[in-house]
Every structure is written in C-alpha cells, then in structure tokens.
Design a protein around this ligand. Structure first.
Ligand SMILES: [Zn+2]
Ligand SMILES: [Zn+2]
Length: 139
C-alpha cells in the first residue's frame, strides 16, 4: 500500500511512481484529493478546465489512466455507469445514494464472513462493501 497522498506530496508521489509531472496529472491529483466525491471523467474534465489546466477530454483521460496504472488513483465501477476515480487509497467502503448517485466513503470495517470466502482454492486480494440507500440530503 502506497503512502497516503496529500496535496503537499503530489510532486514526490509522481516522481516516485516514475511519472513525468505534467500539469494535467498534478491538477487531477490535486482535484481528487480536495474533492473526495469519486468524480467521473465527465465531472473531472470541466473542473480541470475551470482551473485553466487546458486539456482535451482525451488528455484528461490519458492522464487519469497513467495515474491509475501507477497506483496513485483507484478506478472503480459501481454499476454500468461511468468509472469513478478515488485518490484515497487506504481501505474503505462506499455508500451510494440511489436517488442522487452521490458516492461517500465509509470507514473501513472487517467483514468476518470473508474468511469463509477465502477458504478453498480462491485467492482474495481485496474486497469492499457497497452500501446503498438514501443520503442525508435526499432523505
Ligand atoms: Zn442523495
Ligand atoms: Zn472512496
């Protein structure tokens, strides 16, 4: 597990991951760390351009992909909708609002029954729980 990224060690993290420090990569990490709302590319792209990191959608996508490959950003898909991006790499679970689609982090807890799933031939690398319902705003 990589050290937790903060807005203060983005440069070091990119260098340590062997990535060039492009304005797009820096802006993406900075945005994801300041807005832990599990943005999609469609949300990230306009946000980045508002901050004058002029970039095409494809550039943003490529920069994101390189960050995911280097293990600095986690990509996940909750359902058939667009992939979401998370710069918080420590283990945590997610809450999804069925009405507005917001994705919130939940504190990590062990699922005791996972031991059963580990038995036998299976090798389980990681797991996370997705809790669904209505968020505080939608209730
Ligand atoms: Zn909601
Ligand atoms: Zn998360």
């Amino acid at each position: 597990m990589a050290n937790q990224l903060t807005t203060h060690n983005i440069d070091e993290a990119l260098t340590a991951a062997g990535l060039r420090r492009t304005p797009q990569r820096i802006a993406l990490l900075d945005y994801l760390l300041r807005h832990p709302n599990h943005a999609t590319v469609d949300e990230l792209w306009p946000a980045l351009n508002k901050r004058r990191t002029c970039a095409s959608r494809a550039t943003v996508y490529n920069a994101l992909h390189s960050l995911v490959k280097a293990g600095l950003v986690r990509e996940f898909k909750l359902d058939a909708s667009a992939a979401r991006y998370d710069a918080f790499l420590y283990p945590h679970h997610h809450f999804v609002c069925d009405r507005c689609g917001v994705v919130e982090d939940l504190e990590w807890f062990e699922v005791p029954a996972i031991r059963k799933a580990r038995s036998g031939q299976r090798n389980i690398r990681s797991y996370e729980v997705v809790v669904r319902g209505e968020c505080a705003k939608c209730r």
